[in-house]
Design a protein around this ligand. Sequence first.
Ligand code: HEM
Length: 456
Amino acid sequence: MIPDRRSAPGAETLASLPLETLLSRDYDVSPALVHEQLRARYGPVAPIDLLGVPAWFVLGYDQVLSVMQNVGDVWSKRVDTWRAYTEGRVPADWPLLALLQADNMGFDDGERHHALRAAWDAALRPYQDPAHPQAQMLERAMLGFCDELIGVMTDGTSAGWADLCTQYGRPLPLMVANRMLGVTLERGEDMMMDQWRLLDGPDSAGAYQRLYAALLELATAKRHQPGEDLPSYMLAAKPDLTDEELARDLFMLPGFLDFTGSLICNVIVELMTNPQLRAGLPAGAVEETVNRVALLNPALANLTFRYARTDVRLGRFTIAAGDPVMLSIAAAHADPRFADALSRDPLRSTRAHLAWGAGAHGCPSRRLATKMTTIAVRRLQERFSTLKLALPADQLPWRASPFVRAVRTLPVQYELSPGFTPTATPTAAPAEDAGEGRQPSRSGFWTFLRKLRRTQ
Ligand code: HEM
C-alpha cells in the first residue's frame, strides 16, 4: 500500500499510528474480547487494519451514535469521499471494495439518498402497516414458508437432527424476499440459489451477474406491468427511477434479508443458551426477545465505512478529512457508558440500542424484519416440543465476517409436537407462473435443501 502523503512524523494520522489487525481467529471466536482490548488501549476509537486497509474503528456508544446522526454534513457514505480511494491507494482487489463502490441508496448522501429513501419508505409501508392487506397476506405466507421448511427439514420423521441455520433461518427470508419482489415461482427459486451463492459461494461472481440481470429484467417487467409488489410500489413512489437504478437498489435485498436470517438464528441461539432470556419469554413474548437479542448480539455487528468530510475530533483522535470509520454496533452496545446504565434494569431491555442503525441511513424495514423473526421463532416453538442444541454452545461455528455476527450452522436435536396441522403451502408470489402455462417447478432450491437433510 502506498503511504498517505499527508502523514507527518509524530502526527496521529492513520498512517503514522501502529494499526491493530481487527479480523483474526480471535475475532471470529470472541469479538467482544477484541473490542474490550481495543477499548482499554485506545478508548472509544481505535486505528485498525481491515484486511490490509487502514481505518478507524468506533467502539463508543456516543461516538457511534454521533457519526450515524451526522451522515450528510460531517460524514459521508460515498466512496468518492475516501481520500485513500481517490488517491488510488486502495488495492483494486481489496475484498470489500466492490461492496463500498455499490451505486445504491446505502452508499449515497444528500438529495439523491433522500429521494431514494422516500421511495423505499413508501414501498415498504404496505408490508409494515399491520392494517394493510399486503402485511396480512405476507404474514400468512411467512407461516406457510416456515411450515414448508419444517416439512423438508423433518422429512416425515417426528424426531431427529437438523441445522436450523441452513435449513430454516437463512432460507426463510429469501423466500419472503422473492414474494416481496413479485417474481414468478420458478425464477424466484433460481434467484434464491444465486442469492445464496452470492453470499457464500461457490461462483459468487457468476451469481452476482445473474442476479443483477434478473433484477434488471424484473424492473423492466414491473414498469410495463405493475403488480402488488415492492418494485412496483417503488416505481409508483418514484416514477423517474430508471430500470438500472431500481435493479441496483433492489440488489441490497439479499444482504439485508440475510441479516434477518442471522437475527433469527441469533434469537434461537440465545433462547437455547441464555436461561435468563428464556425465563423472561412468557412475560415478554417473542417480539421483546427479538429486541433484546438485537441488543445482546446484533446480527449486523459492524457497518460499512463512513468518511469524514472535514477534520473531526472523535474519541482521543482527530479523524482527518477523507479518513474512513467503521462503526461497531456490537462494541457500542458493550460500551460501559451504555451497558452499565442498562444493567440496573433487571429486564435489560431498551429501544435505545443501535442494532437498526440511526439517522438518515437507519433501517427502513425494522418492523418487517422484527415481524419475520418473531414469526419464525414462534413457529418453531409451536411446531416442536423439544429443540436442543446438538453441541456445546462454546463450539458453535461462527461465520468469519467483517460485518455480520452469525452462526454458520445451528445443529439441533428435535422432537415435533404431535397433532399440529401446518399452514397450507403458500404460493411464492402474488404474480404466479400460471401465465407461462406450466406447473411451478420446485426443483433447484428444494433439491438443495433436501440434500442438506440427506447428507446429515
Ligand atoms: C426485511 C429485511 C430488511 C430490509 C428490507 C432492510 C433494508 C434496509 C435498507 C434498504 C437499508 C439502507 C437504508 C439507507 O441507506 O437509508 C437498511 C439499513 C440498515 N439495516 Fe436494514 N433491512 C432489513 C433487515 C435488517 C436487519 C435484520 C438488521 C439487523 C438486525 C438491519 C439493520 C440495518 C442497519 C444497522 C442499517 C443501517 C446501515 C448503515 O447505516 O450503514 N436490517 N436496511
